[in-house]
Design a protein around this ligand. Sequence first.
Ligand code: ADP
Ligand code: MG
Length: 590
Amino acid sequence: MNKFEALGLGEAIIKAVDEMGFETPSEVQEKAIPILLDEDTDIVALAQTGTGKTAAFGFPLIEKVDSASRITQGLILSPTRELCLQITNELKNYSKFIPGLRTVAIYGGASIFDQSKEIKRGAQIIVATPGRMQDMINRKMVDISNIGYCILDEADEMLNMGFYEDINAILSHTPKEKSTWLFSATMPREVSTIAKRFMHDPVEITVGHKNTGSENVSHEYYVVNSRDRYAALKRLSDANPDIFSVIFCRTKRDTQKVAESLIEDGYNAAALHGDLSQNQRDLVMKSFRNRQIQMLVATDVAARGIDVNDITHVINYQLPDEIETYTHRSGRTGRAGKNGVSMVIVSKSELRKIKTVERIIKKKFEEKEIPSGEEICQVQLFHLANDIAKSEINHEIDSYLPSINEVLTDFTKEELIKKFFSVEFSRFHNYYKKAKDLAVNTGDNRSDSRSRDGSTRYFINIGEKDGFDWMTLKDFLKETLDLGRDAVSRVDVKESFSFFNTDSEHQDNILSIFEDFNLEGRKVNVEVSKDSGNNRGGRRRRDSSGGGFKGKRRSEGFKPRGKGRRDGEDRDDRSGGGGRRDRRKRSDRR
Ligand code: ADP
Ligand code: MG
């Protein structure tokens, strides 16, 4: 018997589960499904986003409705159109092998008459946003007077969005003796109020800790001067070449501005906020899902619907006003068992807020420094080298090879590599070579920056793909180098390589240990990173003398990765037009 059968699910669902490739039930599924199948009870289930709540209520709901009757028996309320469609899709997959079972989605921004027609054809299950649902009840286009199950999905978000009154009104059209199932990531006061008001003696299940984020998310903050926020954002992106991120801003205006600046600077970015038409929003989401957009800049409200599994980074361009909101934001990453990072860009005056967030989410933040220009160049170079190593050879080039070889015949392999990298890299490198240091000294003990003087930064060619994260790499280094507890610091693990610091006195010793060092058959290479931290102050002074701004801006836009970015025309275009550059200059200051 498989693990889903053991929960009491029937054959048709098991078949669908097999087809979807689910192997083991998630914790919330394991806890909720048997209860919901066995009893007609109300339930409050708290679990983070990405833990499989849809199936936790979807499986039992599908088991319970009578597909032979066309009457609407289950209603699922969900905060956004996006989620509404997603749930509908999932339910359709789950019930694929149950003939006659129909699930219909009802949401704003699309024809109400078409939706009404769909319902008239018979819908045992309706998935709706509260606003449109209300509308359709008022127009007598739906009948929910016979439902046996009402599900409030993402209840905290629905309440956050001000749907309390709508929910209230909708529930008043449902029979008293139905069951109500409430699913939520967090349990703010408003949710308990709803639970008390509309539910009878609900069973409570909690997965993980209330109000804490996913275990798979690490939290980092970066202190910068307010005027450097945007520059800091770009560096965080440049230091993570494979970033696939959501960037949160507080207002629509900031959202639009940051997205526009990023686009102008050559990043694959887009804005998502409430001033966009539904059509525009759909397009943005589609491009994001397809990875044509790597950086989605969003307001909290607009991002509610985002349910994309592989987001690597959430960046808080500003901290939200409400701490609950931080939980929602960071919950967009670290989904479906993947690791994620939630980064916060803060000014010194906001540091206190970090402590408050830590208290509430019961997680520690790590203070990190905005990567220096040198470090970013190293990351990008190595990333490019890896891309080259990984890429498949296009044999259509073969016929041109003799002529190409003729041009390049006098160069050694080494020279060719250098030339190739120079072509790909000079602009980027020139910008960052001169870029100022954005790190702000906070004097916070948790920062490693105090050990900066007299410390050496190293580059090592092992990283995430070798199974390391910053803690395991730190342990590995301490053990290998036989150094004390705090001797290794500022460990920064990237996909295929990493950085770390030690006191400079260990430098010779460390280099000699790694002179000839193998890890599982692979040569481990350690070099002193040019960005040894010690000369940072010097760069900062040199840089603040102003001037050279235009040249910098131009090359800053060039990013040697991603689709279309290497396109020469694109680049030339971007660097032309003085007026345009001036505009960008202003936006950089914001
Ligand atoms: P939540 O509503 O808690 O945010 P979802 O129900 O949207 O999470 O599920 C997140 C993703 O995980 C979906 O893509 C879903 O298909 C997948 N999923 C759900 N349950 C399982 C499972 N038991 N095994 C594997 N994948 C699952
Ligand atoms: Mg969900």
